[in-house]
Design a protein around this ligand. Structure first.
Ligand SMILES: *[C@@H]1O[C@H](CO)[C@@H](O)[C@H](O)[C@H]1NC(C)=O
Ligand SMILES: *[C@@H]1O[C@H](CO)[C@@H](O)[C@H](O)[C@H]1NC(C)=O
Ligand SMILES: *[C@@H]1O[C@H](CO)[C@@H](O)[C@H](O)[C@H]1NC(C)=O
Length: 402
């Protein structure tokens, strides 16, 4: 048992070295194995250097470490400095133009604001709560909450491998910038929020923002919630691989059980959602010092409601179940388990939120965007049985209480 963590560290080191290319120690390190090592999910409560995470302050540092790993090996990096300037301009139709300047280059993207049709919390002077819908709204948004539609493909294109390096993000930072599409979208939402904070005349309260999206926009919503702390509520819907499913469990479902599940190896051939660095790891996910449960965990202690679908194997419902059980241990450690929910009901059309899930969406919006503190947001539900799933196959950590 003792040698496993060391082996793991060595494998990871050799992977890191091959990425860096120039370290002379590379010759002395063992070759990275060609087959995936389907080890368990990574322990949220142990730093990479093996020190335990014991307090809330430790968790802040662990979160910083996870953010760093996700950027380096999977998503690609955010720019390290804020842009030179961000300004907003609102038209009478609610089109909100956000101009971002970096050095002497600027880009302007447009988010569409649809204000509530009925009286809302905080409005009109205090600003109303809003959900930023990635691409298109696919959850029921209550009439007293604004909808801000964010056209993510302006920021980073998403039409296949030929989209690499295309979009406003890359116009500003260079077409060879190593950020993948998902983290570029997250950068775009952060700039939108910068502009909303400066322009209260939009009617939006930038302290009460949620984000939601489905499918690839669900993967985007998860990454945006993880990397933008000003988002109070994150609702990824049917995000599957690259969102709420874990790479290791999905690899197991496909390679060991023959379930047609989307894996890391497939997804990087389909689109440019991840940074180019991830290509080197998709055949050996086991060497990575994280999995998608830790992407979700970056959102803690803020609110996360994961909406999924048992009827589409491609989304990896069993992988989502295990992955989000693992993620929830972080909210449990922080003493706020009811701020993290999963609704995994039976099959329905992709992105058509079923009736069963609607009350959970409403409850999370009520509590986290409208401050209805007493609303019950305890939900961790699936209609599936997953007879072959066992926590002990993937989760081998005890949950501390900070
Ligand atoms: C917003 O940007 C669009 C596209 O660049 C432009 O056509 C429109 O005039 C701009 N609107 C405002 C209010 O600046
Ligand atoms: C954006 O750049 C153009 C020149 O390419 C310039 O005319 C325009 O004033 C700039 N806009 C802002 C808001 O800086
Ligand atoms: C909250 O709802 C869950 C079901 O989603 C239920 O099990 C629990 O008892 C409820 N808690 C309270 C305090 O009503």
């Amino acid at each position: 048992m003792v040698f496993i963590p060391r082996l793991f560290a060595l494998l990871f080191l050799s992977a890191a070295v091959s990425l860096a290319q120039q370290d002379p120690a590379a010759d002395r390190c063992p070759a990275v194995p060609a087959k995936p090592i389907l080890s368990k999910l990574t322990d949220p409560f142990t730093f990479f250097n093996k020190h335990p995470v014991r307090t809330k302050a430790d968790w802040e540092c662990r979160r910083a470490e996870i953010r760093e790993f996700l950027q380096r090996y999977q998503l690609g990096p955010l720019p390290t400095k804020p842009p030179t300037s961000v300004t907003g301009q609102l038209s009478e139709t609610g089109a909100f133009n956000v101009t971002v300047t970096e050095g002497d280059v600027n880009v302007t993207f447009t988010a569409q604001i649809q204000l509530p049709t009925v009286d809302a919390v905080g409005g009109p002077k205090g600003g109303v709560p809003a959900i930023i819908a990635i691409g298109v709204p696919t959850i029921p948004i209550p009439p007293d909450v604004a909808v801000i539609t964010f056209n993510m493909v302006e920021i980073a294109h998403s039409t296949g491998l030929q989209s690499r390096g295309k979009g406003f993000f890359y116009d500003l930072y260079g077409s060879d910038h190593p950020a993948g599409g998902l983290i570029a979208w997250s950068w775009g939402v952060s700039r939108l929020i910068d502009a909303l904070e400066k322009h209260p005349e939009t009617g939006i309260n930038a302290q009460r923002l949620g984000v939601a999206g489905c499918s690839r926009m669900g993967k985007g919503a998860m990454v945006i919630g993880a990397f933008e702390p000003r988002i109070k509520l994150t609702i990824p819907q049917e995000s599957g691989a690259g969102g709420s499913a874990c790479w290791r469990i999905s690899d197991h479902l496909l390679h060991t059980r023959g379930v047609t599940t989307q894996t890391a190896g497939q997804i990087v051939k389909e689109n440019v959602w991840f940074g180019p660095a991830f290509d080197s790891y998709t055949g050996q996910i086991g060497v990575l010092p994280f999995d998608q449960h830790l992407l979700a965990a970056l959102i803690a202690p803020r609110a996360l409601l994961v909406e999924e679908n048992t009827g589409i194997d491609w989304l990896g419902p069993e992988s989502v179940w295990g992955c989000q059980r693992a993620a929830r241990t972080v909210w449990r450690a922080l003493g706020v388990a009811d701020r993290m929910g999963l609704s995994l009901p039976s099959g329905h059309n992709h992105c058509a939120l079923p009736e069963t899930s609607k009350p959970y969406v409403e409850a999370f919006i009520d509590r986290f965007l409208k401050d209805k503190e007493k609303v019950n947001t305890t939900v961790f539900y699936t209609s599936a049985e997953f007879p072959e799933y066992e926590d002990k196959d993937w989760i081998d950590w005890d949950v501390p209480r900070f």
